[in-house]
Design a protein around this ligand. Structure first.
Ligand SMILES: [Zn+2]
Length: 502
């Protein structure tokens, strides 16, 4: 007989007290306590379940939709590409479990504007989840403040704080572990304080939880109920030593000394220490997917891999071209198989910080940036292509475009000392055009010509003398169309439009 238990709110037990006390615990990490009825059942019947199901190492695929929450005005959204990176890094940590997360094709992200969800207590968090949770997928909500925690798993969803979702954070993996039934390795010790120089009591949590022994005697009914996770009584965040164990020594009820295992994601060791689930934890998560989330793993996953050597080709602006600092149109090529593009602009080649970023869904190949770029600056930009399946695309080979910003439209001093006239215009392709520049003084000047798509087609430096200067512009190789001539130096610029005919 197959016993099917209704899902239990993972942290319902600790909720009321946690909700009252969480404001007093600024270093609180995860809002979960307790153990689900499903896990109790599973741990009691594990051997039977394995007998029936056999050893299964097939890959299990979990669809997700990310809900990015802003305030009432839509401010404060966590960047979608950072959230996708968190899912990508989660996939690294779930690799040994043969569990892979992907984004629901066509429904990877939703945006919610609600200040009382953006920074919330548990009751508003519950409301946020209930009103927005979508069926047949893992729902992840990214907010500014998830009830004073880094994150929590509740009501069949996970809720993550922006500040705990960066690269190298394990919050998403930890909360997904709760979602898939795992308790903390220190189950029962949440909110408890103890003098660890003393032997631990036989039970903890108002007597609800037997305390786990170092010799493993009671490992199946104490702590998290897994025998391959050692005793751990540390319910505040802690740092690890070089052996990836706690600096704090603890004593079990028999007085035997031990240190906690920092490698376990379900512990409270700091993020850089933790990287794994134990084999028994992995078995439980997989069994939980089969029992409580069959709707996740029975869906066909999209399986559209992008080439790892992929680089989105940038069209313009590139090659240090001058552009108007508050009106820059970025153009790139479509990538086969991609369904979204992450565009970034930064004043530094490392792209940190970035002054502009945006994710575009669908076959988008250009965007115009009117805010945020610095004037008189060299800027770097790149475009990374992904799809809902292949969210972990490396971008070591991403092409980086460079452009220089200027205020080309300001009253410029060049006009005070020089005039420029372009003839003939239109000009027949193959016939040179002439830019006649009359200058009051001698000076250096540069000429850049770009086509209508912004591609640079000609660049040249000149030394002007006082009086009339004739700059010949060859049009060989220019196809018919519009071209922009930008004649500039430190004093300012002339912009001219040239029409080349057949
Ligand atoms: Zn937790």
């Amino acid at each position: 007989m197959r016993i099917r238990l209704f899902i239990v709110l993972v942290c319902a037990l600790g909720l009321s007290s946690a909700a009252q006390s969480q404001a007093l615990l600024p270093d609180q990490w995860c809002g979960n306590t307790g153990k689900s009825a499903w896990l109790d059942w599973y741990q009691a019947n594990k051997d039977l379940i394995v007998d029936q199901r056999g050893v299964d190492t097939s890959w299990l695929y979990v669809p997700m939709t990310i809900h990015i929450v802003g305030d009432n005005s839509g401010n404060g959204y966590y960047p979608f590409d950072y959230a996708a990176r968190a899912v990508c890094e989660m996939n690294d940590l779930y690799h040994d479990a043969h569990i892979r997360f992907y984004l629901v094709p066509g429904d990877p992200v939703r945006y919610l504007n609600n200040s009382s969800w953006y920074k919330h207590q548990y009751n508003q968090g519950g409301q946020m989840i209930n009103q927005n949770k979508l069926p047949n997928r893992l729902n992840a909500f990214v907010v500014e403040d998830p009830a004073g925690n880094c994150g929590y798993a509740w009501k069949d969803a996970i809720v993550l704080g922006k500040g705990c979702s960066g690269s190298g954070n394990i919050t998403w993996s930890h909360e997904a572990g709760h979602h898939l039934s795992l308790p903390h390795t220190f189950l029962g010790w949440e909110g408890e304080s103890w003098d660890f120089s003393q032997p631990a009591p036989a039970t903890i949590g108002n007597g609800d939880y037997p305390v786990e022994m170092v010799n493993g005697d009671n490992c199946y009914f104490s702590g998290d109920g897994f025998c391959d996770t050692k005793p751990d009584y540390l319910s505040n965040r802690w740092f690890c030593n070089n052996n990836l164990e706690s600096n704090i020594k603890q004593r079990d009820p028999e007085g035997i000394e031990f240190r906690s295992d920092a490698t376990l994601i379900m512990s409270y060791a700091s993020d850089e220490c933790s990287s794994r689930f134990s084999p028994e934890q992995i078995e439980a998560m997989r069994a939980n997917l089969y029992d409580e989330h069959i709707e996740y793993i029975s869906q066909p996953a999209p399986f559209t891999e992008l080439d790892d050597d992929l680089s989105t080709t940038l069209i313009s602006p590139v090659d240090s071209q001058y552009v108007q600092y508050n009106d820059v149109t970025l153009n790139w090529n479509l990538v086969p198989g991609a369904s979204y593009y992450v565009v970034e602009v930064s004043p530094v080649a490392s792209f940190s910080p970035r002054v502009y970023y945006q994710t575009f869904f669908g076959p988008v190949t250009s965007t115009t940036v009117t805010k945020g770029l610095l004037n008189n600056w060299t800027m770097y930009w790149r475009v990374r292509a992904y799809n809902e399946w292949d969210i972990c695309q490396p971008y070591d080979n991403a092409q980086v475009g460079i452009f220089k910003t200027k205020n080309l439209t300001s009253t410029n001093n060049l006009e005070r000392v020089a005039t420029a006239e372009l003839t003939p215009n239109p000009v027949a392709g193959g016939t040179p055009a002439v830019l006649t520049v009359s200058s009051d003084e001698s000076m250096d000047i540069a000429l850049q010509i770009s086509d209508a798509a912004g591609r640079m087609v000609f660049t040249q430096h000149y030394r002007l003398s006082g009086g009339e200067n004739r700059l010949e512009i060859p049009t060989d190789g220019m196809s018919a169309g519009f071209y922009i001539l930008n004649l500039y130096n430190e004093k300012g610029a002339f912009l001219k439009r040239l029409v080349v005919t057949e």
